[in-house]
Design a protein around this ligand. Structure first.
Ligand code: ADP
Ligand code: MG
Length: 658
């Protein structure tokens, strides 16, 4: 197996010399890895007390974190006598909570500009005045807030390459796409923030989705991981809110002529499957609502609900939420969706699969949210299986289906390696890979189970690597801390379960390792999509052995599709599996057979359950004529016990920690 590793690195070195993955330095290996301030995994903390773990560290975290998360709210001036102060001392609140609030207080009134009038009074006067105000005019700038919001961001050398990606938009009267942000009027505030974010030009999904959303068309959009889907919905929605102002929602809030801040009526709702993704989308929303009167909020499970409620009470125009916590907020009467004009499902195929569907229906169909056709609904993902598309129809009205690249395909910026590694050799193979990783790059290691995550983290920790882990059994505080340490590069290795597979945008993740391969191809696509984002290059290595036979065919198709090197043993296995597998009636690969390769309405004709028959318009590069990937077909076995369904059944919602 040494030979295998040598051959492997030989190829790696050739192909990824630019990735800083060469064996130039042993990444914080050995005893030096256990230096001061090193992150200690929660399950090792008591055992390893001598190695530098201290309560001080974790309390420092909660202070720091709260400050980060809430500093922008801490902008009341000294006159502001809000509920936020009067609540203090009331009842049994955790340590965490109080500290957050003092962190908030100490942040003082520095960034008052961020929330304008609202921050200054927080009384009914605010509402009475603000509906006369013009929401499209920017509030004064704040240097500090600007610094905080816009310091990150890096587009890679292959950013321009996106222009070659074929695009297909189907549906009636699809508005034409734009080439530059300035081709559509998004107003002064948005344009200023685009500039601050240093977005020089729109990504393909943005070019197409922005005009569609501006024209208030419902949308189901598929685009590769890391291609800017978040801004594709946030920019046009926020721009619309700035143009239209708060409207009815504000009147509703002023019940009996008095501003009722106990219940908030957001104008826009974004739902996401994991807590960390919700926080990330919220942070993006903060960027694009800078200098506006829109106040974004986020609610998610595992964190103190009291604190989230108090934050909501300070005003909420755009809400990012995980479904479970949102239902809780609705039942407590803290959130009313009566005036929610814009609904977004990010990672929509995940949001509509069996784990979440009932909650989504509860939120969207069984409460006070305006019905489809009245509200404006948008769905985004990199994968969109046909069955889920059909389900999605329930929530969409006359929608446009947008596919940037082949749906479910992976970015060519990600180099994919599949190596045969027997179960017992996985750890030593992993060590070799980690040792060959450059100092400044981050490595994300996926495992199948929570227990597996703990034990691998434990192992790496004792091998001297600075690593952290994230999974559904961890407390939310530990999850966020692990992610923070990883983002900062303090723990350059993150061991994760599927909870980290979707949506997370962490710059500098150079390598994704599937220590355990997932059993469905969508999960694989999302996992490896944590690298190779916005034109950056990335590497994904998957350990494959006989346990992974079920993904063979889909993986093979995907590798060929993405023009990746395919090991001959994988081809042989796929061939054998195909012949064995066909007797079980699942002869057609999910990928070629209907990975969501196109708008499913294109195949179903007028008998479709949707109310409109789609027509098609195409643009972009020429290669889309190739039927591969766009070719529809059956999706047999999708919910069969050996496929997707069984997989999600056994893991339910808890698996995600929501
Ligand atoms: P996706 O949801 O498609 O996986 P994200 O929305 O998370 O991708 O975006 C990935 C990264 O790209 C983010 O860091 C975002 O700030 C950045 N980004 C988005 N749009 C642009 C753009 N037009 N120019 C430069 N960077 C962008
Ligand atoms: Mg995303």
């Amino acid at each position: 197996s040494l030979h295998v590793i040598e051959v492997f690195f030989g190829t790696m070195n050739q192909q990824f010399s630019g990735l800083d993955l060469n064996a130039s330095g042993h990444q914080s290996g050995g005893a030096s890895g256990a230096s001061k301030g090193r992150y200690i995994p929660p399950h090792l903390r008591n055992r390893d007390a001598s190695k530098g773990l201290s309560d001080r560290e974790s309390s420092a975290w909660s202070c720091g974190r709260d400050k980060d998360a809430y500093s922008s709210f801490g902008s009341r001036d000294s006159r502001g006598k809000s509920s936020y102060v009067s609540d203090r001392g009331s009842g049994a609140r955790g340590r965490f909570d109080d500290r957050g609030r003092s962190g908030c207080d100490s942040a003082g009134s520095r960034d008052r500009a961020g929330f304008g009038k609202f921050q200054r009074s927080e009384h009914s006067r605010w509402c009475e005045r603000s509906d006369e105000d013009d929401w499209s005019k920017p509030l004064p700038p704040s240097e500090r807030l600007e610094q905080e919001l816009f310091s990150g961001g890096n587009t890679g050398i292959n950013f321009e390459k996106y222009d070659d990606i074929p695009v297909e938009a189907t549906g009636n009267n699809c508005p034409p796409h734009i080439e530059n942000f300035s081709d559509v009027d998004m107003g002064e505030i948005i344009m200023g923030n685009i500039e601050l974010a240093r977005y020089t030009r729109p990504t393909p999904v943005q070019k197409h989705a922005i005009p569609i959303i501006k024209e208030k068309r419902d949308l189901m959009a598929c685009a590769q991981t890391g291609s800017g889907k978040t801004a594709a919905f946030l920019l046009p929605i926020l721009s619309q809110i700035y143009t239209d102002g708060p409207g009815e929602a504000l009147k509703a809030a002023k019940e009996n002529g008095r501003y009722e801040r106990r219940k908030q009526y957001p104008l826009s709702l974004v739902l996401a499957p994991t807590r960390e993704l919700a926080v990330q989308i919220y942070e993006e929303a903060r960027k694009f609502s800078y200098r506006s009167r829109v106040r974004p909020c986020v609610v998610y499970g595992g964190a103190c609900i009291g604190q989230q409620i108090r934050d909501l009470e300070r005003g909420c125009h755009l809400l990012v939420a995980t479904p479970g916590r949102l239902v809780d907020m609705m039942e407590r009467g803290k959130i009313g969706l009566d005036f929610c004009k814009y609904l977004v499902l990010d990672e929509a195929d995940r949001m509509l699969d069996m784990g979440f569907e009932p909650q989504i229906r509860r939120i969207v169909e069984q409460d006070t949210m305006p019905p489809k056709g009245v509200r404006h609904t948008m769905m985004f993902s990199a994968t969109f299986p046909k069955e889920i598309q059909m389900l999605a129809c329930d929530f969409l009205d006359e929608y446009i289906f947008l596919a940037v690249g082949r749906v479910g395909s992976t970015s060519e910026n990600i180099t994919q390696k599949v190596v045969w590694v027997d179960e017992m050799d996985k750890r030593s193979f992993l060590l070799d890979l980690l040792c060959a990783t450059g100092k400044d790059s981050l490595t994300l290691v996926f495992v199948e189970t929570k227990k597996g995550a703990d034990s691998l983290e434990d192992f790496l920790y004792h091998e001297g690597f600075a690593c952290a882990s994230i999974h559904g059994d961890r407390s939310q505080r530990d999850r966020e801390e692990a992610l923070r340490q990883f983002r900062l590069g303090k723990s350059p290795i993150l061991v994760a379960t599927a909870v980290a597979a979707r949506g997370l945008d962490i710059s500098n993740v150079k390598h994704v390792i599937n220590f355990d391969l997932p059993s469905d191809i969508e999960e694989y696509v999302h996992r490896i999509g944590r690298t190779g984002r916005v034109g950056n290059l990335g590497l994904a290595t998957s350990f494959f052995n006989e346990r992974n036979a079920n993904i063979t065919k889909d993986l093979l198709d995907l590798l060929i599709e993405a023009k990746q090197e395919v090991p001959s043993w994988l081809k042989n296995m796929a061939f054998e599996h195909h012949h064995k597998g066909s007797s079980r009636g699942r002869s057609k690969s999910r990928f070629t057979g209907g990975f969501g390769g196109r708008d499913y309405r294109q195949n179903s004709g007028s008998g479709s359950s949707c109310n409109n028959r789609a027509s098609s318009s195409r643009s972009g590069g020429g290669s889309h004529g190739n039927s591969r990937g766009f070719g529809g077909g059956g999706y047999g076995g999708f919910y069969s016990s050996d496929g997707y369904g069984g997989n999600y059944n056994s893991q339910s919602v808890d698996w995600w920690g929501n």
